[in-house]
Design a binder for this molecule. Structure first.
Ligand SMILES: [Cu+2]
Length: 196
């Protein structure tokens, strides 16, 4: 009888140790796809902003540059320019697969707090007058984009990127060109977070 509790404890320990690697492996293999979308019209965007600003097939339709400007002015965002999904719960060790399915370059930039990007015109129009420091710095009153890095990824039209997630805390990502394009990632397993 005296041995029974010890046996029970040992059995529990064996079960815990045999389950742990299976969970860890599952987490590492979790691949989550983030689609980056816009709906730019090449003719009007390239005429207004510059050559090759927008490169995409418009057989599904498009939003012209004047239409884009009108929508930012009215709504402080343009719904078709977005990260999908915009909210995500992930396990520790997951990998993000980023796919730009739009016609413009977008950035996928980790920020402490959401803010403006490096284009003053879109910052003001979208109600984000102060740039996130991870997106831009102000030099002599002018916004200067932060250089590309592992935490500040520039993804051209049709491009893709892979981003391993290492942290177990809330993470925020935004586009530094279109500041309303945002993704918030929260840990799936809050119990995990409490262990550290
Ligand atoms: Cu963007």
């Amino acid at each position: 009888m005296k041995n029974r509790p010890l046996n029970t404890v040992l059995a529990g320990v064996v079960i815990l140790f045999s389950l742990a690697p299976a969970f860890a492996q599952h987490d590492k293999n979790t691949q989550l796809t983030i689609h980056i979308w816009d709906y730019c019209d090449p003719a009007s965007f390239n005429a207004a902003v510059g050559p090759d600003t927008c490169v995409r097939d418009t057989s599904n339709g498009a939003i012209t540059f004047p239409g884009f400007v009108a929508e930012v002015g009215a709504d402080k965002s343009v719904g078709a320019w977005r990260f999908s999904p915009a909210q995500l719960k992930v396990s520790n060790g997951a990998t993000l697969q980023l796919q730009n399915l739009g016609g413009e370059t977008h950035t996928f930039t980790e920020v402490k707090r959401f803010g403006g990007g490096f284009l003053d015109f879109l910052n003001v129009a979208s109600g984000n007058p102060i740039p996130a420091p991870e997106c831009a710095k102000v030099v002599n009153g002018t916004l200067v984009p932060q250089p590309a890095s592992d935490d500040n990824i520039f993804i051209p039209a049709g491009g893709s990127a892979t981003l391993p997630l290492e942290h177990e805390v809330v993470a925020r990502y935004q586009c530094c060109i279109h500041p309303w394009m945002r993704l918030t990632i929260t840990p799936k397993d809050q119990h995990h977070e409490q262990l550290h």
